[in-house]
Design a protein around this ligand. Structure first.
Ligand SMILES: *[C@@H]1O[C@H](CO)[C@@H](O)[C@H](O)[C@H]1NC(C)=O
Ligand SMILES: *[C@@H]1O[C@H](CO)[C@@H](O)[C@H](O)[C@H]1NC(C)=O
Ligand SMILES: *[C@@H]1O[C@H](CO)[C@@H](O)[C@H](O)[C@H]1NC(C)=O
Ligand SMILES: *[C@@H]1O[C@H](CO)[C@@H](O)[C@H](O)[C@H]1NC(C)=O
Ligand SMILES: *[C@@H]1O[C@H](CO)[C@@H](O)[C@H](O)[C@H]1NC(C)=O
Ligand SMILES: *[C@@H]1O[C@H](CO)[C@@H](O)[C@H](O)[C@H]1NC(C)=O
Ligand SMILES: *[C@@H]1O[C@H](CO)[C@@H](O)[C@H](O)[C@H]1NC(C)=O
Length: 730
């Protein structure tokens, strides 16, 4: 029973994917063809590229190969064993001096030439070549086994396509006394001679074929016609009975250059060398297309059945051939192509970038393959040709260093700037919080200025207008309003909540005769306080500045009344009584209409009361209540005392601070019950005003009473001064 399974669905997709994968694998694994389509290209492990071939129609004349499957793996042989073969001739020879090379029972056999490999782009093939040996059988006779390789003709007129490569093979002789020749027959021309004088086998050296047990010589082509025939003439020592047993054999062979490494054991024993290399030794053959044709000259028609059929291949005239003068040629792939030039499209572009050892491209170049070559453009920032040498830096090192350094510095500066900015912002926030910013923010009573708004004012020297006990004062413009910015001395203030509370209190004090606090800035270490600016300066300046301007009694009286009004307001504030603590003419400011306003009140409370600061802030001891100095307890009566001194200064226009004489003089006069007429300012001390001056002096003296309880309250004083003021103006 078949039921549709939900799992069956993905199967077709899976198959599709697999099919796709197979295609890809096939594409990647696809080998460039080396022979015609349909022709087997291998015999066992050996590749058989065209013009070699195993089947009719798969090879050119002379290049047939037979594959012997009786071996495992199968072995390939050059076909046509009538002409391409190794001839083995065995005979017994005598070493008797008067009949040196007498041959007995000569036996001849033939062997096919086995193919090792083919290199079609070098027009080379390697085959197994024979080893000729001569071995003593007894002290007077030896057995010769001459082996000759013959490379046959295609026809009687045409040479065979193969020739033993002169350049790539050598003749080798091995034996303690051997003369080796490479001619077709015995000749007196000995190619090389190997000897170990006295038969001292121990003198032989491994590796070297310099004549001691092994000799080597170049091939001489003129010496052979059908391939190399090596002959060895082993020497025999007739009077020696033992050496022919120990080292009976001598060997001769044609072999690929640098292939044979002489090893001393090769000297010992019977046929040791053929025993080591039973199939033979490698011999390099050149091959060519030997069909009586040469390469076509430019513009000439190619010969019939022209072999160089691949695109990107070319023809090279060859001299391969037994006689050397027959016309022959080989094909080769053009530069930057590789493969088999003897088949259509056999020459394929080389991806040079995959072979950086063969095809140079500078390390700072970009290797790019293209058909028939490759390019190596220099990377951006460098110039030149990466194929010809190292790409040069476009910018000299110095310029690069400068650019680099500049860039580096720039980055550092920017980073530092950002870092500082963040640090500054953090600091700003820290100050803001420490100075009670959040509390003030909540109170929403005064304006909280940004640091950036006030910094321009306090950093400009021309804005500086004075210095008080608490810090410096600057005049500046904020919007449309002229303001005074007070910069408190750093470290002298209370911290956070307390400061904020004081500021809140001050900001709540809104009175005609009190300098108005507009706002503050808490974003700096020592907070900045912004007040309304009063154009006529302080009472102190007006009274005592150099060019003393006339100041009539009316103004003085109104200043006194208004100051008292301001102080009284502060003292009378019900929930938080505010004490000034530093009443003096310098803290009474006058606006453009000479309206007096109390300034700096409460500042004393903002100031940390360490001893040093007490003296500094209180500064002018002349105004300070001696009772306060004794008890350390600041009360509103302390302000009353100070106001008393201010009154005396107003009517005398003398500085209380010069010495304490002003207060003393008035008190003295009062004690004596005298009128202190001489103490009054001459400008106002006219007869009709004496009465009022006397009244003012009396109020002052009351204020200065050392019995605190006897001093009148500020409201009382203000009231009395108001009446005096009103009665004069009415
Ligand atoms: C020649 O070959 C035959 C048969 O292979 C052999 O019996 C004979 O001993 C050989 N003669 C020599 C001299 O090697
Ligand atoms: C064919 O070309 C290669 C490289 O281009 C070269 O090494 C080889 O000798 C050439 N063969 C012949 C027969 O000219
Ligand atoms: C050596 O061997 C040959 C034939 O093999 C023989 O004729 C000859 O007498 C032998 N010589 C000696 C000394 O044994
Ligand atoms: C040469 O090498 C073989 C091994 O390859 C070693 O047995 C022999 O002793 C060596 N001969 C000399 C003279 O070093
Ligand atoms: C001889 O030595 C060379 C270099 O060491 C090596 O390539 C070669 O295969 C050796 N020949 C044999 C027959 O071992
Ligand atoms: C090859 O040889 C032929 C005949 O000698 C000559 O005409 C031709 O120019 C040669 N070609 C080359 C490429 O040397
Ligand atoms: C081979 O080259 C010829 C011209 O030289 C061109 O027409 C042809 O398309 C090429 N064939 C291939 C497979 O590139």
């Amino acid at each position: 029973m078949v039921s549709p399974s939900p799992r069956s669905r993905p199967l077709p997709i899976l198959l599709l994917i697999l099919a796709g994968a197979a295609v890809i694998v096939a594409g990647q694994g696809e080998q460039q063809p080396i022979t015609h389509p349909g022709c087997p290209d291998k015999c066992g492990d050996i590749s058989i590229p065209f013009p070699f071939g195993l089947m009719p129609g798969c090879f050119r004349d002379g290049f047939e190969v037979t594959c012997d499957h009786s071996f495992d793996p199968p072995r390939a042989f050059l076909a046509d064993p009538d002409t391409n073969r190794i001839t083995v001739t065995e005979h017994v020879a005598s070493a008797v001096p008067d009949d040196p090379y007498l041959a007995f029972d000569s036996n001849t056999s033939y062997l096919p030439i086995e193919l090792m490999d083919v290199s079609v782009d070098r027009s080379e093939a390697r085959v197994y070549g024979p080893i000729t040996s001569g071995c003593s059988t007894n002290s007077t006779h030896y057995m010769m086994e001459d082996q000759a390789m013959s490379l046959g003709r295609i026809s009687t007129e045409t040479d065979g396509p193969f020739a033993v490569s002169e350049a790539l093979n050598v003749v080798i002789g091995v034996g303690w006394q051997a003369g080796v020749s490479d001619g077709s027959s015995y000749s007196s021309t000995v190619a090389c001679r190997s000897e170990l004088p006295g038969g001292h086998l121990e003198n032989a050296r491994n590796g070297s074929c310099a004549g001691r047990g092994c000799c080597e010589a170049a091939l001489r082509q003129e010496e052979y016609q059908y391939g190399p025939i090596t002959e060895v003439a082993p020497g025999l020592m007739l009077d020696d009975n033992t050496l022919w047993r120990t080292s009976p054999c001598s060997y001769a062979m044609v072999v690929e250059k640098s292939w044979y490494n002489f090893s001393t054991p090769d000297l010992y024993g019977d046929r040791t060398l053929p025993g080591r290399f039973p199939r033979g030794v490698p011999v390099v053959l050149d091959f060519a297309i030997v069909e009586g044709a040469a390469c076509p000259a430019k513009g000439q028609r190619p010969p019939p059945d022209y072999a160089c059929v691949s695109n990107n291949s070319y023809c090279v005239n060859a001299t391969v051939g037994q006689s050397g003068y027959a016309l022959s040629y080989v094909c080769n792939c053009s530069e930057h192509y590789q493969g088999n030039p003897y088949i259509v499209n056999g020459c394929q572009d080389i991806d040079e970038c995959k072979f950086p050892d063969l095809y140079y491209c500078a390390s700072n170049g970009i290797c790019k393959n293209r058909l028939g070559g490759y390019d190596c453009p220099c990377k951006p920032g460098t110039k030149g040709d990466g194929k010809l040498g190292h790409c040069a830096e476009k910018f000299p090192l110095v310029a690069k260093a400068i650019v680099g350094t500049t860039g580096c510095i720039f980055v550092i500066v920017v980073l530092s700037f950002i870092f500082l900015l963040r640090k500054e912002k953090k600091k700003t926030r820290k100050f803001y919080e420490r100075n009670g910013g959040p509390t003030l923010e909540k109170a929403k009573l005064i304006k909280l200025f940004k640091k950036e708004e006030l910094m321009p004012i306090i950093t400009k020297k021309s804005n500086f207008i004075g210095k008080g006990g608490f810090g410096e004062v600057y005049k500046g413009n904020l919007g449309n309003e002229i303001v005074a910015v007070k910069k408190t001395n750093s470290g002298s203030l209370l911290e956070n909540e307390q400061f904020a509370n004081e500021v809140i209190i001050q900001s709540q004090v809104i009175h005609r005769n009190i300098v108005r606090l507009i706002g503050c800035c808490l974003e700096v270490d020592s907070p900045l306080l912004v007040y309304e600016f009063l154009s006529n300066g302080s009472l102190h300046d007006i009274l005592h500045s150099n060019g003393k301007k006339p100041l009539n009694l009316d103004i003085r009286l109104s200043i006194a009344a208004e100051s008292a009004e301001g102080l009284a307001y502060m003292h009378s504030k019900t929930n938080t009584k505010i004490l000034h603590g530093d009443v003096k003419p310098a803290n009474i400011l006058l606006d453009d209409k000479f309206v007096a306003k109390i300034s700096d009140f409460g500042i004393s409370r903002l100031i940390v009361r360490d001893k040093q600061h007490t003296r500094k802030v209180i500064g002018d001891m002349s105004y300070v209540d001696p009772v306060y100095l004794q008890t350390g307890l600041l009360t509103e009566k302390s302000d009353v005392y100070s106001f008393g001194v201010v009154l005396l200064e107003l009517i005398s226009r003398k500085k209380a601070s010069d010495d304490n004489s002003l207060v003393t003089a008035f008190l003295e006069a009062h004690r004596r019950g005298e009128r202190a007429t001489e103490l009054f300012d001459d400008e106002i001390a006219v007869a009709e005003e004496l009465e009022i001056l006397q009244n003012l002096a009396r109020i002052a003296v009351e204020c200065l009473n050392l019995d605190v309880d006897q001093r009148p309250a500020m409201t009382d004083i203000a009231h009395r001064l108001l009446i005096m003021n009103k009665s004069r103006n009415s």
